[in-house]
Design a protein around this ligand. Structure first.
Ligand code: ADP
Length: 393
């Protein structure tokens, strides 16, 4: 059984080809600058890496080249070996509470959800249509970023705003990174060997969100109606007072869309440091004593700690805290500082073990009242698993 996981962006297409017999990645790669001059791809397989600049006028070209290459590089013998294609989809609104087989109806629904993820949904549809054209017989599955958080209760997902905004326009908390938090929840269940547990899953990458998870179900999460709120991120502000928006509009003669764009792309670590959105650069500047970088890093840590504290109370105590994604898996000083600020909750980690990166590790010591782990996330595998499950159904 071979399944391809796809994450399509407006000018990119990321793929992983899994052999689902043992859930191994046979090949993975990225097609970039699709429809733009200088389009190119990278395919990694069997310890090798192939890179080439090649004209791709659209996503269909990218998919054709991908499938040709899988055969010409000997990764698969024929297209018949591909049993299913799973697509990462940005938004399922309230209609989609789990992954689905992609039909015409699903595509129509996605189109009608475009307002909710204006950059991502059109790109997702491009990816779906490209595979439909090139592999029309192969079943496709949609895995939404939002579905895992459909278990939130009403007090949690409603905002304290006029109720008609929810009824008429769907204004509510949806939450994102659901596939990653669901993967972490599955790993924790395996690790603890039980269905009942209280977990705080910290997905801290270039975008970041934290989820409070009880017995496998999301009970709250930091992202909201859009991925903008919650913890401070690399370029997104996280929570701010919304009154800042009209104030800056007036001061700078900008419209709401322009200010919103700045909150998404020029804020967070980048905005506060005035220098870089990459935590590695910020940490290097902190070493040099750069005050803005130090404040940015401290604010970042504080925003994570504040939500962990809030979710600790919400869950009525916590069994396990997990760090994942780029910063969560790799940033030793950030993890250290977060855990130090959580010492009042009885968190204690081993500083030597914390030096490790990008590995499944137990950070907490035996004295710690809460288990703390680093678990590398694997959204692609979740997409492939959902695809296989739905095909088998
Ligand atoms: P994305 O949301 O794009 O998938 P990732 O989960 O890959 O993001 O996280 C990317 C971020 O992880 C980078 O912006 C960088 O700040 C951070 N990162 C990656 N490696 C390290 C490292 N060794 N130390 C600190 N931060 C790191």
């Amino acid at each position: 059984m071979k399944i391809i996981s796809i994450n399509a962006g407006s000018s990119s297409l990321k793929f992983s080809l899994f052999d689902m017999n043992d859930e191994t990645v046979i090949a993975s790669g990225l097609f970039e600058r699709i429809g733009i001059e200088g389009s190119c791809y990278t395919i990694k397989y069997n310890g090798e890496k192939v890179e080439e600049e090649v004209v791709m006028k659209d996503h269909t070209d990218a998919v054709k080249i991908l499938l040709d290459k899988l055969i010409s590089l000997g990764i698969i013998k024929s297209l018949e070996e591909i049993n299913g294609v799973g697509h990462r989809l940005a938004h399922g609104k309230e209609k989609y509470k789990e992954s689905v087989i992609i039909t015409d109806e699903v595509i129509e629904d996605l189109k009608s959800f475009t307002d909710f993820a204006p950059l991502h949904i059109p790109a997702n549809i491009l990816g779906i249509n490209a595979f439909r054209e090139v592999l029309p017989e192969v079943m496709m599955v949609g895995v939404f970023d939002t579905t895992f958080h459909q278990s939130l209760d009403k007090e949690t997902y409603l905002y304290p705003v006029p109720y008609e905004w929810y009824e008429k326009y769907g204004v509510r908390k949806y939450g994102f990174h659901g596939t990653s938090h669901r993967y972490i929840a599955g790993k924790v269940k395996e690790l603890l060997g039980k269905d009942e547990y209280k977990l705080i899953s910290c997905h801290i990458g270039s975008g970041g969100s934290i989820a409070a998870i009880k017995d496998g179900k999301s009970v709250d999460t930091t992202m909201g109606f859009t991925p903008l709120p919650g913890i401070m991120m690399c370029t997104r502000s996280g929570d701010i007072d919304p009154s800042i928006v009209p104030y800056i509009m007036g001061k700078e003669g900008k419209n709401a869309g322009e200010v919103f764009e700045e909150l998404n792309t020029s804020s967070g670590l980048l905005g506060m440091s005035g220098y870089s959105s990459d935590m590695r650069d910020i940490l290097a500047r902190c070493e040099e004593g750069d005050e803005k970088a130090i404040t940015a890093k401290n604010k970042f840590v504080r925003s994570v700690v504040n939500y962990i504290a809030q979710y600790y109370v919400l869950l009525g105590g916590v069994d396990i805290i997990v760090f994942t994604a780029g910063i969560g898996e790799n940033s030793v000083p950030v993890r250290k500082q977060i855990c130090e600020e959580l010492e009042c909750l009885g968190v204690k980690i081993d500083p030597v073990i914390n030096e490790k990166r990008a590995e499944f590790i137990k950070l907490s010591t035996d004295e710690s009242k809460i288990l703390v782990y680093v678990i590398p996330t694997d959204e692609e595998l979740m997409i492939a698993r959902d695809t296989l499950n739905l095909i088998n159904r």
